[in-house]
Design a protein around this ligand. Structure first.
Ligand SMILES: *Cc1c(COP(=O)(O)O)cnc(C)c1O
Length: 432
């Protein structure tokens, strides 16, 4: 039927009979579920039949969020988790066990820092290289044990756009998966699957939910990647958890049972099940309410941000502005290709003054909230070097494109002129 983005996709998976005809999805605030009989229980526990088991693994409210998130990006399957960090770490642990991952260095602070500290002791080497911006130069980093390429489609905080098509072409040439963190762009601005991504992760904490009241993460998969291509024994080896109930000595592999949805299935039944970062039903409910307005929020944030970018570009108090739609952006061709609806609500700028003046500026805004969240319905401000990226040394901050003067704005859905007036007054106070 060719539905547009902002019509019925946010209602996918909603079955009013299953949900007792209520207008919104009920909150199934339950840990476990009745089994029909002992045979039913045994079939559920060997995954011979799909059904409700235990809320750490599946819950009807959480699953409705999974179905709707999958529909928004046209994914074949999705799983929801307790945070964006859980979505990223479970994805990398699942895909790369004992191998390497090539990553962008232009990342959310928590990702950048965890990549440096947490994975090597677990036997996963993460290579963060600026060559990610030049896919032609990236091939030299690919060796036999590289299992995936990881990028942010639109980077935090500087809005660098990843060339997904070139990256996926390179990944697929070597039989490895492309994982894209699409948190900043959201499904409204960019669908990474359309450009070759195999796995998409979100921090649904941010614009996906958009109300600053939930920590949540999502993992989506295309359903097209050949996990039986020889690079991923974890998906093709028989597992006890997938034994055949009629013939318990016959153990099956995730690929055998779930085919090209082996990735999300194994993330759910191994990582979510055993490591346990499950999303609660109430938080899933809040996220379900949040995504009802995703397209409206992001389009308003995008048009507001564009006005603020133009205002800052004219300001004598600003030395540079980074946003996909900033004037003179060297990535113009990529922005036109991947972000035809605009570059979103998040931007960074260089404060043209001393650290004391920039702190006075932040302390003087009234309409902007000084929070480290992004993608919220309200406008937010933060000093990146001292907050979100403060774990990084100065050298690593420079590599990630962050300076002491960097100020990040996440533009909300307020009136753009009110926001500009607020910035103008704060600049005046900073230079008094
Ligand atoms: C916030 C964020 C994360 C982490 O998500 P949480 O939900 O806070 O755990 C990951 N990636 C990006 C791009 C983010 O902005």
């Amino acid at each position: 039927m060719g539905l547009r983005f902002d019509t019925m996709k946010v209602h996918a998976g909603y079955n009013s009979a299953e949900h007792n005809n209520s207008a919104v999805v009920p909150i199934y605030q339950t840990v476990s579920y009745d089994f029909n009989n002992t045979d039913h229980a045994s079939r559920l526990f060997s995954f011979a039949e799909a059904g409700w088991l235990y809320t750490r693994v599946t819950n009807p409210t959480v699953h409705t969020l999974e179905l709707r998130a999958a529909a928004l990006d046209g994914a074949s399957a999705a799983i929801a988790l307790a945070s964006g960090m859980a979505a990223i770490s479970y994805s990398l642990l699942n895909i790369a066990q004992g191998g390497k991952v090539i990553s962008s260095p232009y990342l959310y602070g928590g990702s950048a820092d965890s990549f440096r500290r947490m994975y090597a002791p677990l036997g996963i080497e993460i290579i963060q290289t600026p060559d990610i911006l030049y896919p032609k130069d990236l091939e030299k980093h690919i060796s036999k044990d590289v299992k995936a390429i990881f990028v942010e489609t639109l980077s935090n905080p500087n809005g660098l756009v990843a060339d997904l098509e070139a990256l996926s072409e390179l990944a697929h040439k070597h039989g490895i998966a492309l994982i894209a963190d699409n948190t900043f762009a959201t499904p409204y601005l960019l669908n990474p699957f359309k450009h070759g991504a195999d796995i998409v992760v979100y921090s649904a904490t941010k614009a996906f939910n958009g109300h600053g009241n939930v920590i949540a993460g999502l993992i989506l998969e295309s359903g097209k990647f050949p996990y039986d291509n020889g690079n991923y024994p974890q998906f093709t080896q028989p597992e006890y958890v997938l034994r055949d109930p009629a013939n318990p000595s016959h153990e099956r592999s995730f690929y055998e049972v779930f085919g090209p949805e082996a990735f999300t299935s194994r993330t759910r039944l191994a990582y979510l099940n055993y490591f346990g970062a499950a999303l609660g039903p109430f938080d899933a409910y809040l996220a379900l309410v949040g995504i009802e307005t995703l397209s409206e929020r992001i389009s308003k944030q995008t048009s507001n941000a564009l006005k603020i970018v133009r205002y800052l570009e004219e300001s004598p108090h600003v030395s540079w502005v980074n946003h996909p739609n900033a004037s003179g952006n060297a990535q113009r061709d990529l922005v036109e290709k991947y972000l035809p609806k605009g570059g979103g609500g998040i931007l960074a700028f260089g404060f043209n003054g001393s650290i004391e003046q920039s702190e006075k500026f932040i302390n003087s805004v009234e309409l902007f909230s000084y929070h480290v969240n992004v993608g919220d319905a309200r406008s937010l401000i933060s000093n990146t070097a001292k907050t979100t990226h403060s774990e990084l040394t100065q050298e690593l901050q420079e590599e990630a494109g962050i300076t002491a003067q960097t100020i990040r704005l996440s533009i909300g859905i307020e009136d753009a002129d009110d926001l500009i007036e607020d910035l103008e007054k704060a600049f005046e106070k900073a230079y008094e």
